[in-house]
Design a protein around this ligand. Structure first.
Ligand SMILES: Nc1ncnc2c1ncn2[C@@H]1O[C@H](COP(=O)(O)OP(=O)(O)OP(=O)(O)O)[C@@H](O)[C@H]1O
Ligand SMILES: Nc1ccn([C@@H]2O[C@H](COP(=O)(O)O)[C@@H](O)[C@H]2O)c(=O)n1
Ligand SMILES: [Mg+2]
Length: 187
């Protein structure tokens, strides 16, 4: 089975998880947040990667793709027959992209990249007010996450832009306005 995939990228706090939850509800796409999968693996009893994942999350750096891609592929296999997958927060750097291409080519049909663009100061404020008890929603981690986004993730968006695969939606607006534009991409 070839899985339809939409990558969802944007700076921390740009609204990837929020928008993906709404798409999942309305369009039978399954939301797979790479960050959520890693946080679950971090907590999993007997995981050999817990400490490694925690270190990367605290430092806002990127976990080796072998771990993240396996978590994503397992989640896709477990989902069964659905319209497709929203792969949220992935690929986040060149290692992610290369590892994904090596493992998933032939198994997925990449439809497009949804890029939620948002000024960093708004993103940081949103994360600091998120109230989900995340270990990386603090000034120090956020500074590092923004450095990682600018230096490693934005180049991945530019890579996809070269082949016309990016659909940018400005996400500093209210959720309803952002989502009204996103809906057009899935209808
Ligand atoms: N358009 C919006 N306007 C105002 N607040 C928003 C908007 N979109 C999301 N938020 C809020 O901002 C916070 C971050 O949103 P969300 O978790 O979806 O971002 P994210 O891109 O998944 O972040 P991360 O990459 O850190 O997981 C949440 O508290 C969410 O409710
Ligand atoms: N492809 C990825 C995605 C995430 N991470 C790590 O998880 C942290 C949180 O991600 P969110 O999307 O939930 O903000 C992120 O800062 C990374 O440390 C990763 O390593 N690889
Ligand atoms: Mg998120």
């Amino acid at each position: 089975m070839v899985h339809n995939v939409v990558f969802v990228l944007g700076p921390p706090g740009s609204g990837k998880g929020t928008i993906c939850a709404k798409i999942q509800e309305d369009f039978n796409y399954i939301h797979l947040s790479a960050g959520d999968l890693l946080r679950a693996e971090r907590q999993r009893e007997g995981s050999e990667f817990g400490a490694l994942i925690e270190g990367h999350i605290t430092n806002g750096t990127i976990v080796p793709v072998e771990i993240t891609c396996k978590l994503l592929e397992n989640a896709m296999k477990a989902a069964g027959d659905v319209r497709g997958f929203l792969v949220d927060g992935f690929p986040r750097n060149q290692n992610n992209l290369e590892g994904w291409n090596a493992e998933m080519t032939g198994k997925v049909d990449e439809k497009f990249v949804l890029y939620l663009s948002c000024p960093v100061d708004i993103c940081i404020s949103r994360c600091l007010n998120r109230g989900q008890g995340r270990t990386d929603d603090n000034e120090e981690s956020l500074k590092k996450r923004v450095v990682t986004y600018n230096s490693q993730t934005f180049p991945i968006i530019e890579h996809f832009e070269k082949s016309g695969q990016v659909r940018e939606v400005k996400s500093e607006r209210p959720v309803e306005e952002v989502y009204a534009d996103v809906v057009k991409l899935f209808s």
